[in-house]
Design a protein around this ligand. Sequence first.
Ligand SMILES: [Zn+2]
Length: 356
Amino acid sequence: MKELMTAALKTAEGTFDIQQVERVTIPAEDWVVARIKVSGICGTDLRHWKKHEPDLECKIMGHEMAGEVVEVGNAVKNVKPGDRVVIETLLGDGTCDWCRVQQYNLCPNLYKVRMETVSRAFAEYVAGPSTKFHILPDHVSFEEATLLDTFSVCLHAQQQSGLKVNDQVVVVGAGPIGIGQLQLAKIAGADVIAVDIVDSALEMARQLGATNVINSKTEDVKARIMELTNGRGADITFECAGGEKMNETLELATSVTRIGGKVIIVGGFEKGTIPMSLNWQQLQMSQIHLIFSASYAFWDIYPEMKICLDLLANGKLNAKQMITHRFPLEEINQAFETAQNKEETGALFVALQHPG
Ligand SMILES: [Zn+2]
């Protein structure tokens, strides 16, 4: 008889159903199996919440997690059973031009490969190549480590941005990505203005280092940013809101960026072709650089997740304060509701505690 494990499977309505599924095994001798201790809910996951998506039905989702190694293949050298680890959930096909140079975040088969392997956090166990497992220092909790995926996305965006000391940065959207972006920009010597519509998120941004915060529901964002930047606008603006309101938030991001500045698009778009009304002529004449950032991989010779792990371990990144809610995995639907209704719940990052 096949061994089983608990997992939250996506239902036809887009909620989750806890079921027993076949337990993952090691398919190659350089692979590892870990028991997941904590997983997290990301903005990307929320975009699938309560949506009817036949492709994802009965699939295990989730891509932010930390756990304990339980089994390793014969060729594995970097981890052993019992090690506490964070698990990187980006895995390409290993055969394309991009994978060959460690730009696997751009692999044409990324989505397919990762969904079938490492990107399955809402379950009891996960299997992946050993290079995707990074050992946690004792003082870094599983819960904190769960935010490393988020931080890595932000670090990759920062890499794309070419951010320098003393840059005036605006972060549009103070969710987990925006707060991560803010912290990394601060570490690199920039000043950061955070913009959001949720006061609890702006309060968190202020506590974690924002020089100024602006509520775009009640304040004139553009006027305030011009006032704060000597009438120039931001050197670099990170669009970290994403989702259905991208039309507004990207427009806002471009309108507060200085002539010759950069807008980094970190927040995720909805699927398909989306009409986007931007002041294109103005953007062109101002020579604004519109830069897309996708997931993360390496920065020079270092995995971006390992860089973030080091920053977290030495106290430069604060994950603890970002975790506002915790639920057992069995209550994953309530956890998603809580994360979704952030204006009422004040949720920023919602963690799921796995049994065992
Ligand atoms: Zn590839």
